[in-house]
Design a binder for this molecule. Structure first.
Ligand SMILES: NC(=O)c1ccc[n+]([C@@H]2O[C@H](COP(=O)([O-])OP(=O)(O)OC[C@H]3O[C@@H](n4cnc5c(N)ncnc54)[C@H](O)[C@@H]3O)[C@@H](O)[C@H]2O)c1
Ligand SMILES: CC(C)[C@H](C(=O)O)[C@@H](O)C(=O)O
Ligand SMILES: [Mg+2]
Length: 378
């Protein structure tokens, strides 16, 4: 009998609903092609859309639906029309409440070129950007984002430790990059400000304790977060492997990764509520790294790839469908890659193309269907 997965979809504001519509085409393909795949989708409001309708950036009802779901597919929120709203009510608070309510404590943000010819889109020299392949793991429910200082050291320790376990688990499967043959020991780059912040010293001590105790096979290196920002631009492949960092530095460093690949429109993310890759699927929130891009909403220029790749992460981590996740990434590669390299060269404007949001979504969905059929996955 088919297992029914529960998914909550929160489209959000501006380009959020536009790119969510394209990700939903992929789910439709899965339902059509796999007789045993059934997903029960609920829809809810978040961000400005929720604020306008309910007076709150996310309601308790939506939060409880999220708790009862296997995963949340989230668009993006915010925009200038809500700039006057007091901070406590802002659209962005909807996301923070959701992360906190689900205790989605680790935010996984990969950075790589999903098609080799996309290297041309990087503002960096090709010899500097080529081969960049890291995954940033950002602590997602603590730090400066969540107001009051944690009074209890044990609580703060647990926050760092559980995030470190996610960084370590990813490092073990990911080594020094997904597409590399480098068989050196897995590597984790810890980014903090232990030189000035007491919280940074605490973060570093707890991180080192847990790696020594539980993951002695993994190389752990420290890098101050500010100098990491500089090296990430000058020599980004240095960090191939996993970057382990706190909420604020993770937010900033992950937008720098968008600069490396030339557009935020291709960077996915997963905020997970457990260690992925362990026996059980983990619950999670799957959203692009980018925001609601009010400057291009309604123009058909929004790139849906980050949202579609976030769905691939959802299939891998929350639905235990790694083969389908790989095929979806292959479908993305084929869609974006230039014709000379056997691809279709269908790209939105941010990647130098002229295709619309829908053109790209349709092309990925078509490729995905073809790949599923040829892989004979039922
Ligand atoms: N997860 C989220 O919902 C999230 C994340 C970041 C920012 N925000 C919010 O989004 C709003 C806008 O923020 P911002 O302009 O600083 O950042 P942004 O990420 O929305 O946009 C930055 C730049 O990248 C471009 N861009 C972003 N996504 C793109 C896509 N899919 N395709 C093509 N181009 C894309 C935009 O057009 C813009 O020029 C703010 O209200 C902010 O708080 C929300
Ligand atoms: C919208 C905002 C709350 C969010 C954050 O700061 O975490 C965003 O910038 C992100 O990177 O997911
Ligand atoms: Mg951000």
């Amino acid at each position: 009998m088919a297992e029914i997965r529960k998914l909550l979809v929160l489209p959000g504001d501006h380009i959020g609903p536009e790119i969510i519509a394209e990700a939903l085409k992929i789910l439709a393909v899965l339902e059509e092609e796999l007789p045993n795949f059934k997903v029960q989708i609920s829809y809810g409001l978040i961000g400005g859309a929720s604020l306008d309708k309910t007076g709150s950036a996310i309601t308790d009802e939506v939060l409880e639906t999220a708790v009862a779901s296997d995963a949340v597919l989230l668009g993006s929120v915010g925009g200038p029309e809500w700039a006057h709203v007091p901070g406590a009510l802002s659209p962005e608070k909807g996301i923070l409440h959701l992360r906190q309510r689900l205790d989605a404590f680790a935010n996984i943000r990969p950075c790589r070129f999903y098609a080799s010819s996309l290297l041309n889109q990087s503002p960096l020299k090709p010899e500097i950007a080529a081969g960049v392949d890291f995954v940033l793991v950002r602590e997602n429910c603590g730090g400066a984002y969540f107001g009051t200082k944690t009074e209890f050291e044990d609580e703060a320790r647990t926050e760092v430790e559980r995030c470190a376990r996610v960084s370590a688990a990813l490092a073990r499967t990911f080594g020094r990059g997904k597409n590399t043959d480098d068989k050196s020991p897995a590597i984790v780059w810890n980014a903090d400000k232990a030189n000035v912040l007491a919280s940074g010293r605490f973060w570093r001590t707890v991180t080192h304790d847990i790696f020594e105790r539980e993951f002695p096979d993994i190389e752990l290196h420290d890098q101050l977060a500010d100098s990491m920002a500089m090296v990430m631009v000058k020599a980004p492949t240095k960090f191939n492997g996993v970057i382990h960092t706190d909420n604020t530095f993770g937010d900033i460093l992950s937008d720098i990764s968008g600069g490396i690949v030339g557009s935020l429109g291709v960077l996915p993310s997963a905020s997970v509520c457990g260690v992925p890759g362990s026996e059980k699927p983990v619950k999670g929130i799957y959203e692009a790294v980018h925001g609601s891009a009010p400057d291009i909403s309604g123009t058909g220029q929004a790139n849906p790839i980050a949202q579609i790749l976030s769905l691939a992460m959802l299939l891998r981590y929350s639905f235990s469908m790694p083969r389908q996740a790989d095929l979806l990434e292959d479908a993305v590669r084929k869609t974006l890659e230039v014709r000379e390299h056997g691809g279709l060269g269908i790209r939105t404007k941010d990647l130098g193309g002229s295709a619309s949001t829908q053109d790209v979504g349709d092309a990925v969905a078509f490729q995905f269907r073809t790949l599923l059929r040829s892989a004979d996955i039922k």
